[in-house]
Design a protein around this ligand. Structure first.
Ligand SMILES: Cc1ncc(COP(=O)(O)O)c(C=O)c1O
Length: 453
């Protein structure tokens, strides 16, 4: 008996049996492609409508109705939708936008294109979204907008952010690329900002393909975004100040969404609520199983409340090394992976320390692009941020399995893998050579349908 228990407890990394033994089948396959999707896409192909926009408009209308926003404008990717949202709001040369440092680069980089300067703020260690306490002191007379990212599915603290924006007369842009369908206090994310942008690329929770979408209730934002990158739809432009410029895309961009994606997206919109409900159930079940486990804590809103994580894109847990005698996150995650589960240490690397935002002169202005459009007196030193949470969070969080189906038997095996490593963490201390300094990434390269995470 004792021997059996010993074998069961022996970590797979040290020669024991794996905790995850069963066939995972389509547990992680994403997106879920049905015959309906195939037919919808083939219909577009056969009709030669890949570059049309009728289905795209249908997609925009349907999604905007579901979200309860007046206007939706689709893009060929989320990055372009963010650029369109910024331009739509009138952000331009010499303006500053306050952005969280912990996000994918596309939240901030399009500011450069418009001659604007991103100013980075720290994130809250509990939500990993922009920390409202780190915003106000960064506001200057040049600040135009606060960019909010609902990071890894977790809604940002919108009450506090809206208060700051109202007090200083700032616009809010929501980057909702990680949080399709998530609720903040009962209200869907994407309905808070003056404008909101979503990536809909294949890896996202609402996975459409290479695509993005912007939402707003403001006709001016919508028409400016049309003017900037949707020349073929300039007949929709009504505002007298924009009318003289119709005909050519006034940003020099062509932002049209590919209609194979629009067709696929229309089917996805119908299926998403059901998929989201299943994912929510599965993820809460997994989190509940691990709720009281030392060293790790799920990052999630309270269960059954009116704040939710939508489709749980990129689910994260906190790592508390101090509860595991300083065991490095790298070693911990290596051991969990050896058990057959998924454990990806870290998250996005902080943007504010990358040379693109500290030194690089992208367009040949003779000084860093970050300050290139400000008056000559602007110094880079005033744009060098110290953001302690963003700079250390990669050693404090890890990605867990993103279950697409509520299959308790399989989910329990993954939870067992985590618990086994935590229970036996002492066996990992002797071989622990650290290695947490390099954790984190600026991007994940995504090429094909994911059957494993
Ligand atoms: C937070 C965030 N914003 C924007 C984007 C950009 O979207 P896309 O890849 O569709 O251009 C992404 C995509 O990965 C993202 O994660």
């Amino acid at each position: 008996m004792a021997r059996e228990a010993e074998t069961k407890n022996k970590l797979a990394l040290l020669g024991g049996e794996k905790a995850v033994k069963s066939d995972q089948a389509d547990m992680f396959t994403w997106p879920i492609v049905t015959e309906r999707h195939e037919k919808a896409v083939l219909d577009v192909l056969r009709a030669g409508q890949m570059s049309g926009f009728e289905l795209t408009k249908e997609f925009e209308k349907k999604y905007a109705q579901m979200l309860g926003r007046k206007y939706g404008l689709a893009y060929h990717n989320g990055t372009a939708a963010i650029l369109g949202a910024m331009y739509g709001l009138g952000i331009g040369v010499g303006d500053e936008i306050i952005v969280p440092s912990l996000t994918y680069w596309a939240t901030a980089a399009p500011a450069y294109t418009l001659g604007a300067t991103p100013v980075f703020a720290d994130v809250d260690p509990d939500t990993i979204c922009i920390d409202p306490k780190d915003i106000e002191h960064r506001i200057t007379p040049r600040t135009k907008a606060i960019m909010v990212v609902h990071y890894a599915g977790m809604p940002a603290d919108m009450d506090a952010i809206e208060k700051i924006a109202a007090k200083h007369n700032l616009k809010i842009i929501e980057d909702c690329s990680h949080a399709h369908g998530a609720l903040y206090k009962g209200k869907e994310i994407g309905t808070f900002g003056d404008t909101a942008a979503f990536s809909l690329m294949t890896g996202k929770s609402l996975a459409v393909g290479e695509a993005g979408i912007l939402f707003t209730d403001d006709r001016q934002v919508y028409e400016r975004a049309l003017l900037f990158g949707h020349y073929i739809r300039h007949d929709e432009i009504t505002l007298p100040e924009l009318k003289p410029f119709v005909g050519l895309p006034c940003g020099g961009y062509k932002h049209r969404m590919h209609q194979l994606s629009s067709a696929f997206g229309l089917v996805q919109l119908e299926l998403y609520a059901k998929q989201m409900a299943e994912i929510d159930k599965a993820m809460h079940y997994f989190c509940d199983l691990l709720e009281d486990t030392s060293g790790i804590r799920p990052i999630r809103p309270p269960k059954g409340g009116d704040t939710t994580k939508g489709g749980w894109y990129f689910p994260l847990f906190k790592y508390l090394t101090e509860e595991l005698e300083g065991l490095s996150l790298s070693r911990f995650s290596e051991a969990v992976r050896a058990e057959g589960s998924i454990c990806n240490p870290g998250c996005n690397k902080p943007l504010h320390v990358h040379p693109f935002f500290t030194t690089m002169d992208v367009y040949g202005h003779g000084r860093p692009t970050r300050i290139a459009y400000l008056d000559e007196s602007a110094k880079m030193e005033s744009y060098v941020e110290r953001l302690p949470v963003a700079e250390s969070i990669n050693r404090r969080v890890f990605g867990v399995p993103w279950f697409k189906h509520h299959r308790p038997d399989i989910i329990r095996e993954h939870a067992d893998a985590y618990r086994k490593v935590v229970t036996n963490y002492r066996a990992l201390l002797p071989g622990d050579s650290g290695g947490d300094a390099e954790i984190g990434q600026y991007s994940t390269f995504f090429t094909s349908r994911k059957d494993t995470q």
